[in-house]
Design a protein around this ligand. Structure first.
Ligand code: FAD
Length: 485
């Protein structure tokens, strides 16, 4: 049996590895010059930058994938636990470290609000119950049947106060300190969504980080892509870069081949699409372009990569500089669909924990702000330069050290780049946003409802975006292939 995987992002690579373990002859076609998709890398003069993810959680899910390929994660990559999870800096100058196993964390909570510790543990308990519920019903279960009424009914009748309400309201019900509300309101952005519009069920995200930790990979997160592709090649997966797939061919209601843009045909009994799921109809020859309405898109991002020729000892591994008006920022991102005037800025300095990523005496900075997924249309040179100015202005206003003279190299990545480089409509990072529980839980299924042999994997399909979820998606997809083919 032959399988073709369309796209070499994390989900595509994981699916290829799993299918080869199931006996398939697998060819993975990536349209770009490098594997990894949004989980990618930029190197310059001895500086190593991850251009996508800077933090992973649920390390057991990564271990499961290596085990499925008959390998051990620790023989291939080194996971490094990072704590505090982040330093949070607020516009009025308040700052504190967030790390639930830090000795001072309970004192910090109580200083921020009396009863803050109780609110924190109640909020984590809500996330824990939702996590255990969603593991069985959602995260590790295919959505291959049309909306599974039994599961949804079961979830709706779970005795979980607040789980079905609005996320921000649930946060506000557990905390009164504006600092803690803003801190916990940030978590839905991990899946490209607004805390003011998504369901409280997303409180599972802060719980996951609390329970399973935040992790770095020595040498950069891209080491994961390198390790998985080495393993895949050893197990017979054929990886082909610069190989865009133009069409998926069908016969009698099932897939029979893919046709590449260069006209070559690759016969296949199974086709797994790792490209954004909105490409389905275009790949089947039923439309000219991917279909993902602007109002349904999750967030994109604007990223500045800075190679510094001096150390910044005062800066930790992860630091978040909050904007002064969080509701306004999300209104700009989702309603006006424009880059915020005063964006919240996240700064990742992996060289805090991992000196292998920069030359001696240097630092790597990954600086990111959420941005609307409006692609090249909204991201010309003027817009890119304005976004950079606003991000740096937020950092300066929050007391970030002056680094102007220390910049040895710089690169900026915008939604237009994500759109062009990875064929993501508008540069969207997580497919559709999770506003409203239907969108949050009824994403495109991993097995096509109409075309036999056609499957989907990755952040735009079930169960959703973010690296661990994408790996769960690959597991579900490969199990469906085993079940149906
Ligand atoms: C700036 C940024 C920061 C992030 N931070 C984090 C983080 O801290 N933690 C975290 O867990 N996640 C993070 N993410 C999200 C994470 O990177 C993604 O969820 C994950 O990598 C997506 O993997 P995927 O399998 O969906 O594939 P993608 O990375 O979307 O790859 C799909 C691939 O398909 C290819 N393709 C498309 N069409 C075709 C075609 N016709 N033929 C051949 N190939 C095609 C594309 O070129 C692309 O390489 C971040 C992402 C970005 C961009």
């Amino acid at each position: 049996m032959r399988a073709v995987v369309v796209g070499g992002g994390l989900g595509g690579i994981a699916a290829a590895l799993r299918l080869s373990g199931q006996g398939y002859a697998v060819t993975l076609c990536e349209r770009g010059p490098r594997l990894g998709g949004k989980m990618n890398q930029w190197r310059t003069d001895g500086y190593v930058f991850d251009t996508g993810p800077s933090l992973i959680t649920m390390p057991h899910v990564f271990r499961e994938l290596f085990a499925a390929a008959g390998a051990q994660l620790d023989d291939h990559i080194e996971l490094m636990r990072v704590e505090p999870f982040a330093d949070y800096v607020f516009p009025d100058g308040k700052r504190f470290a967030y790390g639930p196993s830090l000795p001072g964390w309970i004192r910090t909570l109580e200083r921020l609000e009396s009863g803050g510790a109780e609110g924190f543990f109640r909020f984590m308990a809500l996330g824990a119950r939702l996590f255990h519920l969603s593991s069985a019903t959602f995260l590790r279960r295919p959505m291959n049947a049309p909306p599974d009424g039994a599961v949804l009914r079961a979830m709706r009748h779970m005795p979980l106060r607040r789980a079905w309400g609005n996320y921000h309201r649930a946060v506000s019900a557990h905390f009164s300190s504006p600092y803690l509300v803003q801190l916990f309101d940030r978590f839905p952005t991990y899946v490209g969504s607004s805390p003011y519009a998504c369901p409280a069920t997303l409180s599972v995200i802060p719980y996951l980080e609390y329970a399973f930790g935040g992790w770095h990979i020595r040498g950069g997160l891209y080491r994961l892509i390198e390790a998985l592709t080495t393993l895949g090649a050893e197990r017979g997966v054929e990886f082909r870069c610069n190989t865009p797939v133009a069409r998926i061919e069908r016969q009698g209601g099932r897939v029979r081949a893919v046709t590449l843009e260069n006209g070559e045909t690759l016969p296949a009994e199974v086709v797994v699409v790792n490209a954004d799921a909105s490409w389905r109809n275009a790949l089947l020859g039923k439309a000219n372009a991917p279909k993902l309405r602007e109002q349904d898109r999750s967030l994109s991002g604007a990223v500045i990569l800075l190679a510094l020729n001096r150390k910044l000892p005062e800066l930790g591994h992860h630091t978040v500089y909050f904007s002064s008006d969080y509701p306004k920022e999300f209104g700009e991102l989702f309603d006006a669909r424009r880059f915020p005037e005063d964006p919240t800025v996240y700064v990742n300095k992996p060289t805090h924990s991992d000196l292998s990523m920069a030359p001696d005496g240097g630092e790597c900075l990954f600086i990111m702000a959420n941005a609307p997924a409006v692609g090249a249309a909204g991201w010309d040179d003027a817009a890119t330069s304005a976004a950079r100015t606003r991000m740096m202005a937020r950092l300066r206003a929050s007391g970030f050290p002056d680094i102007t003279d220390a910049i040895a190299a710089e690169r900026m990545i915008t939604p237009a780049d994500l759109e062009r480089d990875y064929a993501m409509p508008g540069g969207v990072i997580y497919g559709t946003h999770s506003h409203g529980w239907r969108r949050a839980f009824l994403r495109p299924p991993n097995k096509d409802r109409r075309v036999r042999g056609l499957y989907f994997v990755g952040g735009s399909s079930h169960p959703g975006g973010g690296t661990p979820t994408v790996l769960l998606s690959a597991k579900i997809t490969s199990e469906l292939v085993r079940q149906y083919e």
